[in-house]
Design a protein around this ligand. Sequence first.
Ligand code: 0X9
Ligand code: ZN
Length: 305
Amino acid sequence: ATFYQRYHTLEDIYDWINRTAKDYPNTVKVILVGSSHEKRPLYALKLSLNNRPNKKAMWIDCGIHAREWISPAFCLFFVHYSLLFYNQNQAMTQILDNMDVYVLPVMNPDGYKYTWTNDRMWRKNRFPKKGTPCIGVDLNRNFDANWCTRGASDYPCSEIYCGAFPESEPESQAVANFLRSHKDSIQIYLSIHSYSQMLLMPYSCTMDEAENHSELYEMVKQAAENIRRYYRNIYTYGPGAKTIYLAPGGSDDWAHMLGIKYSFTFELQDRGRYGFLLPPSHIQGACNEALTAVKTIALKVMEKS
Ligand code: 0X9
Ligand code: ZN
């Protein structure tokens, strides 16, 4: 199996980030967007395949939830594929000619590390809440989008603990700060999770429809149709609150409210047979499916501008 058909430790991923930047000095830049509670760096890669000025951009983050190992695996695969298939694959070339891509491979490095060393099923970050025995905030409940209403918990021991206040955690704050300061160029926000094979769009924090509901719906619908056609696998799609559950404080809803109108969360393979413990032999297939969705959405967004 190649590097991209295996899961990697946090140290291996940091090495891979360095190596990739060294191997592609003209196209890849490493950006330190912040650091975790335990002071690990949050590195994003900026892929910029040509020097066209004033390009739009797409943001992809992976590994918000520690145990969803297929997610960082996808971010690594996506960077590799972009660099290798620029000028080979038509869709990829078109996309990268028109936009830069920011990729944050592990948004929750403390949690990810912990799933390799202590508890494979850890979800949250590793913030120790004073006065309780419990550790961790759910970073995908910590953004300022109907924060800590129904679908999140203010109980620190909960798996969906929202934190003390919006952006209380350094990991979510780092991403929010970066998106705020780049919101004029970033057109597309993608957050990669697992599992359940869903392509989700805003909103998850309310039953209300996003004002661009129909164009978002067309995009996830077509992405799911393409996955079905090419890979014969079923992805469900729609607004988060109606497709999966009401869940406030998520990064996708917050990005949409910030003005990044094309905002999505993908839940990759599988549908529950292995769940978070997706075997390495399924990585390639899961990544190909997610890549199809990314391409479909990016091309559709480009048609509009
Ligand atoms: O609950 C979540 O955060 C995501 N599902 S997961 O099983 N990966 O934990 C769904 C996120 C959908 N978007 C929002 N809730 N904003
Ligand atoms: Zn998740």
